[in-house]
Design a protein around this ligand. Structure first.
Ligand SMILES: [Zn+2]
Length: 223
């Protein structure tokens, strides 16, 4: 069992607990609000002044807590091998009660990248990252508006797995199509999320429909 001392401001601090194997005693000091549930913080071992900038994501109340616990579970299981490459590093999930209400706190790597970057390289990395997540057995579920694709150094990180579902991807590679594809049958092996991402970030960025994207993709790979 490990504790997290969460310093909210000069007047409020809370102690939360983690029973996850390998968790360490830590202190987190909230720095800045990003949204109601997401803040930047400084993190460090309990006995030292916290210095590492991280993201903390909070779930307050039973439903929000359960949702956050599920997301933490995804980071530590399906996404464990992708931490620090295409998803943020996961630094722990701590829980407790504040004023009798459940509070969960997930700690993640703070991600920021260069503002100017080659768009084609960005798109290529988005497609590779998305495919890796599908290969890990997850459908993200909320990638199309771009809010959950962020730059990290010269790479990308995909964040927020609160809408993710388990998914056996029929073809989690950038080509998207299987051998059974034909013009009449756009391919039983198409994965809808990857095809839609391909239309936004891939080589078929101007295909107007799922069907046309599928057909155009098949023609591209046969040519
Ligand atoms: Zn898929």
């Amino acid at each position: 069992m490990a504790t997290l001392k969460l310093r909210w401001d000069r007047f409020h601090s809370y102690t939360l607990w983690s029973w996850t194997a390998g968790s360490q005693h830590k202190t987190a000091e909230v720095v800045k609000r990003i949204s109601a549930t997401i803040h930047t913080a400084r993190l460090g071992p309990r006995s030292e002044a916290p210095s590492e900038v991280v993201i903390i994501k909070l779930g307050r109340g039973e439903a929000a807590f359960e949702k956050l616990a599920r997301e933490a579970d995804i980071y530590t299981n399906e996404l464990r091998h992708l931490q620090g490459t295409v998803v943020p590093k996961f630094y722990g999930f701590y829980k407790g009660k504040v004023d009798g209400i459940d509070l969960g706190c997930m700690i993640l790597e703070y991600c920021s990248g260069l503002p100017i970057w080659d768009a084609r390289e960005f798109n290529r990395q988005v497609m590779i990252a998305s495919c890796k997540i599908h290969q890990a057995g997850l459908l993200h579920g909320d990638l199309m508006n771009g809010r959950h694709i962020i730059r990290m150094g010269m790479g990308v990180r995909i964040i927020d797995f609160s809408s993710a579902i388990h998914h056996t991807c029929t073809n989690g590679v950038p080509t998207l199509l299987g051998q059974n594809h034909s013009r009449e049958r756009p391919g039983p092996t198409c994965c809808p999320e990857l095809v839609n991402l391909e239309r936004t970030y891939g080589i078929m960025t101007d295909a107007p429909t799922f069907f046309e994207a599928s057909v155009a993709m098949a023609q591209f790979w046969r040519s």
